[in-house]
Design a protein around this ligand. Structure first.
Ligand code: SAM
Length: 424
């Protein structure tokens, strides 16, 4: 593709994504389907350019107030993923001068919002939670792409063996610092074409997701429910921890998401998973299982604001009002899911949000209303499973280690929260 055409394509895709009528990944995938002749490098340039624009939208919109030509083209020039020399071959002299002037702006001369690139409704509670310096450290990290984490399927493979196999395929993978199942890769190799992926030895999963699954401590022969299973990222990890024994129900209100679990399940070799679509959290199927389940995971629908490195459009698509609606949903789902837990059983509530109202506030209200659920220290549960430095991954409660509280800038994972209880 001619460089000028590639820049124009970036501008066109930018315009589509900035309408925010669908998630950015869906819009990008659709664009690629409509333009099948695009090669892998052109696709990478297009995707990385629009993701950079989403990450730095406030700054780029501020800079794009000067300059000339279509606004989408100016944004695409600022976010262009590729060498500056290559880009400059297609810019007019005026555009080149404008780009040089934009790049000469010192960060210290920018207003705070143009450095953190977060909407004020989100910046304000994060600053209040973290303090000014730590907030900026988080904001900086959220403007970087995330590494690619893999979970090794312990049912069929050993982590070190998979690491060696990846090395032979030219992919350098480090073991994750906390999860015993994880490997971390820089860049974005096409892992879904690797033999290890095709035979179910690896799945793509953030280390944070792996850690919160460890809190469930699902064991051989147990009855376990993954209440909000979606496409089954955590279901697969739970099923492997159970060594494909017992019974693992994967519930979700979205049959469509559960459909995406099926091919992953087939690759994984698990035979203990029972996916089932439910109408809502008080479905008859749930009532029949009340008091019978050893372990219940509630990976609740949430704002997803812990995943902004991967889904930067969420900061522009979410709102304070939408978070309030989610809080009501999370409260109702946790209350229903708790009824499944048998005496002595375990309940885990988790989100990939960084907002206290979706996390500590939900866990504390649940604890106050349900004295038969004894809160557990997340750090103790993780330490018992040999997770290194578990206390540093946790916060809250009297001892400061009650909840799993993962942050992109501190732990290099997505932002995650999890609370665990045992039913008395
Ligand atoms: C955070 S996602 C789950 C991700 C999944 N556990 C994974 O690891 O891939 C939350 C899920 O909750 C589902 N959900 C929404 N409302 C629900 C309800 N009332 N009962 C059960 N699941 C619900 C959504 O369809 C969505 O798939």
């Amino acid at each position: 593709m001619h460089p000028q055409a590639l820049l124009e394509a970036c501008a066109e895709l930018t315009g589509r994504v900035l309408r925010f009528d669908h998630p950015a990944d869906a819009i990008v995938s659709r664009y690629f389907r409509e333009h099948r002749s695009l090669g892998p490098r052109e696709r990478a340039t297009l995707a990385e350019t629009v993701y950079t624009i989403l990450r730095k939208k406030l700054l780029f919109e501020h800079l794009a107030r000067s300059g000339s030509g279509a606004r989408e083209r100016r944004l695409a020039i600022l976010g262009f993923h590729g060498s500056r020399d290559f880009l400059k071959t297609v810019l007019s002299d005026a555009e080149k001068r404008w780009l040089d002037a934009c790049e000469a702006v010192a960060p210290a001369d920018l207003m705070a919002q143009h450095r953190h690139n977060l909407p004020e409704w989100l910046a304000q509670p994060l600053r209040a939670q973290l303090g000014a310096a730590d907030f900026m450290a988080l904001a900086d990290t959220l403007q970087q792409p995330a590494p690619l984490d893999l979970r090794v399927n312990i049912l069929s493979a050993k982590r070190e063996e998979v690491q060696r196999e990846l090395k032979t395929a030219g992919i350098a993978a480090k073991t994750t610092p906390f999860s015993p199942w994880g490997l971390r890769i820089d860049g974005k190799p096409a892992v879904n074409r690797l033999p290890a992926f095709e035979r179910g030895a690896i799945e793509v999963q953030d280390e944070g997701s792996q850690l919160l699954t460890l809190l469930v401590e699902a064991r051989r022969g147990e009855m376990v429910v993954d209440f909000c299973a979606g496409a089954g990222g955590k279901t697969l990890a739970l099923g492997a921890a159970m060594r494909s024994t017992g019974r693992l129900y994967a519930f979700d209100t979205s049959a469509h998401r559960l459909d995406a679990l099926k091919p992953r399940l087939a690759r994984s070799g698990l035979s203990n998973v029972h996916p089932a679509a439910i109408a809502h959290e008080r479905d008859e199927r749930i009532k029949r299982l009340a008091g019978k389940i050893d372990r219940v995971l509630v990976d609740a629908p949430c704002s997803g604001l812990g995943t902004l490195r991967r889904n930067p459009d969420l900061k522009w698509r979410q709102s304070a009002e939408a978070v309030q609606e989610l809080v009501a949903k999370q409260t109702a789902i946790l209350a229903s899911a708790a009824r499944l837990v048998k005496p002595g059983g375990r309940l885990v509530y988790a989100t990939c949000s960084v907002l206290p109202e979706e996390n500590e506030a939900i866990a504390e209200a649940f604890g106050a209303a349900n004295p038969d659920f004894l809160p557990l220290e997340a750090a103790d549960l993780l330490t018992a499973q040999k997770v290194a430095d578990a206390a540093a991954l946790c916060a809250g409660g009297e001892g400061g280690t009650r909840y799993l509280r993962l942050w992109p800038h501190r732990h290099a994972t997505d932002g995650f929260f999890a609370a665990a209880w045992n039913r008395r």
